[in-house]
Write a protein that binds this ligand. Structure first.
Ligand SMILES: [Ca+2]
Ligand SMILES: [Ca+2]
Length: 295
């Protein structure tokens, strides 16, 4: 009786282990397929580069664009986030970022040649703090692409997301100062969404602070958000930093941000990310914002 019971349990265990091995093999296989797909996407240059306008909230003129690289539709990656998550998991951040930086600059240069009136506009590039800090990473490569394409380093703003941790701020500031000497400028991305907002602002002294969309969403109905934005704006004005409000999707949000004197804005309400540069600032409707604010 005991022997029978024991062998039953043994079989059950074997079944669990077998299932585990099968799942592991399946997930390894999936990973392998995803990796092959990532390489295919890169080789075929099928990432698309979108440019989302950033406008001066005072006069509606376009000051620059954020470059957003998105993978093509693929059964291996359900969406853009899944694609970048995979890139992070596979330790391919350095390779992919280097590739995307070149791609964004080449495509921006193509767009500028089609729209020469925008030739001085800024380009905001998303960069991973660790990539900048890596001693093996040579920023000379970016400089040489810029020279080749006739874009000045002063036009490039490196967006550092605070979702990816910087641990040694003092050391990292030295890295940034090296970039600054070459003309690049720095933005703290997604400010207000992570834990290091204030530390990043104080230590890294960015030229731009990008307020996270979660702070902007429905700000017209949210007093604590209004207070937070005004505080950050006051700090920015004192330290000669520009504030960019991200994720503006409603006219009401726009009203209040303009009223406070937020310098720049970005979001669907202003302009969606597009393959072609949006070249005409905020349409005639900007005047009506002005009127509404003046009454
Ligand atoms: Ca960004
Ligand atoms: Ca952002």
């Amino acid at each position: 009786m005991f022997r029978l019971k024991f062998s039953g349990i043994g079989l059950q265990r074997f079944d669990i282990i077998w299932k585990y091995i099968k799942e592991q093999r399946k997930s390894k296989m999936n990973q392998y397929k995803q990796f092959a797909e990532l390489q295919r996407i890169i080789r075929s240059r099928s990432m698309q580069t979108f440019f989302q306008p950033i406008v001066n909230l005072e006069n509606g003129q376009i000051q620059g664009y954020e470059a957003l690289n998105r993978p093509p539709m693929s059964r291996f990656f359900s969406n853009t986030e899944a694609f970048y998550e995979f890139v992070g998991q596979m330790d391919q951040v350095f390779m992919v970022e280097r590739y995307l930086r070149r791609l964004s600059l080449e495509r921006y240069s193509e767009q500028l040649s089609l729209h020469p009136n925008m030739k001085d506009a800024l380009l905001f590039l998303n960069v991973h703090p660790q990539v900048l800090a890596d001693p093996n990473y040579k920023n000379g490569e970016t400089l040489s692409i810029l020279r080749e394409k006739g874009i000045s380093p002063e036009q490039i703003v490196l967006e550092l997301t605070e979702k990816q941790a910087v641990t040694d701020f003092v050391e990292f500031e030295k890295v940034l100062s090296n970039y600054r000497k070459q003309g690049f400028r720095i933005a703290i991305d997604d400010a207000g969404s992570g834990y290091n907002s204030l530390k990043s602002l104080v230590y890294l002294k960015p030229e731009f602070i990008k307020l996270d969309r979660t702070l902007i969403q429905n700000i017209h109905r949210d007093f604590p958000k209004q207070q937070m934005v005004q505080l950050l704006l006051e700090y920015a004005n004192r330290s000669k930093t520009y504030v960019i409000a991200e994720g503006i999707e409603k006219q009401e949000e726009m009203f209040i941000l303009r009223k406070y004197g937020v310098h720049l804005g970005q979001g669907y309400y202003i302009g969606k990310p597009a393959l072609e540069l949006m070249t005409i600032g905020v349409p005639g409707d900007f005047c009506s914002w002005q009127l509404s604010l003046d009454v």
